[in-house]
Design a protein around this ligand. Structure first.
Ligand SMILES: [Zn+2]
Length: 255
């Protein structure tokens, strides 16, 4: 049957002499792999729009359980060109689509994740200096959608409210209080102070459009980034193979 979906292009690679394969996160079916036949022949207009970040309206022949769907035609809706013109936007944006491409299996639809990717890319393409906050917003809400984000205000073991600091325990893969952490002095544990926990609560409740109004120091953004990315690595095995993720840390560290 022929379907039509909106989709954000995650990755594109050549196939045979004239075709390309692309991984796309669609609003209706989650991640799907498409083949676009013959698009690398001269003068085929489709090739120029099959580029990472682009939001397309795709018309395609769909068969459930087939590993690749066949593109019939596609129109560009938004190209997010400005992402490609700004160094930190391109690093953050590329990592967002790499993470999504890596951790999602085909065919699990999640409209909220689709909107999260869309909104974050949209914000990255604006001229602003808040890309570090947008990436934190993206990771936090992605973890929440995947059912991995714990209650960040209370100890995982004894349920007491954090007053000064929570400790991300590497062995428990959770946030615990200092008494529950006991004598676990693993170098992989991370202290998450109460101000950073409060900032994550704001990230939880704030609409992405209101983020420009949040103020926070670069040092605290770096600490929050390290906590979230360590948390994610410890829960999602695939996170260890994300190409280029170390470039994101440099953005937090250097600026
Ligand atoms: Zn406790």
């Amino acid at each position: 049957m022929i379907l039509s979906s909106k989709g954000i292009i995650l990755k594109v690679f050549p196939y045979s002499n004239t075709s390309v394969i692309c991984n796309v996160f669609t609003d209706s079916h989650g991640k799907l792999t498409f083949i676009a036949k013959g698009v690398r022949k001269p003068k085929n207009p489709l090739l120029s729009i099959l580029q990472p970040f682009n939001l397309l309206q795709l018309h395609y022949y769909y068969k459930k359980n087939r590993s690749m769907q066949l593109i019939k035609e596609a129109d560009i809706l938004i190209s997010f060109d400005n992402i490609r013109n700004n160094f930190s936007s391109i690093i953050v944006g590329s990592n967002i689509i790499n993470i999504i491409n890596r951790i999602f299996e085909q065919g699990y639809s999640n409209e909220i994740v689709f909107r999260l990717i869309y909104k974050t890319l949209h914000r990255l393409s604006d001229k602003n200096d808040k890309n570090k906050v947008f990436f934190i917003f993206f990771i936090f809400h992605l973890l929440k959608q995947l059912g991995l984000m714990p209650n960040i205000n209370r100890c995982y073991l004894c349920n007491s409210l954090f007053l000064n600091t929570g400790i991300f325990s590497y062995s428990l893969k959770s946030l615990v209080c200092s008494s529950c952490n006991g004598h676990d002095l693993s170098e992989f544990n991370i202290n998450v102070n109460i101000e950073n926990i409060q900032f994550l609560n704001l990230i939880d409740k704030t609409n992405i459009n209101e983020i420009l109004e949040l103020s926070i120091t670069p040092k605290r953004l770096y600490e929050i980034y390290i906590f979230l990315i360590s948390f994610m690595r410890c829960h999602i095995q695939y996170m260890n193979n994300i190409k280029g993720i170390e470039e994101v840390e440099k953005i937090y560290y250097e600026h």
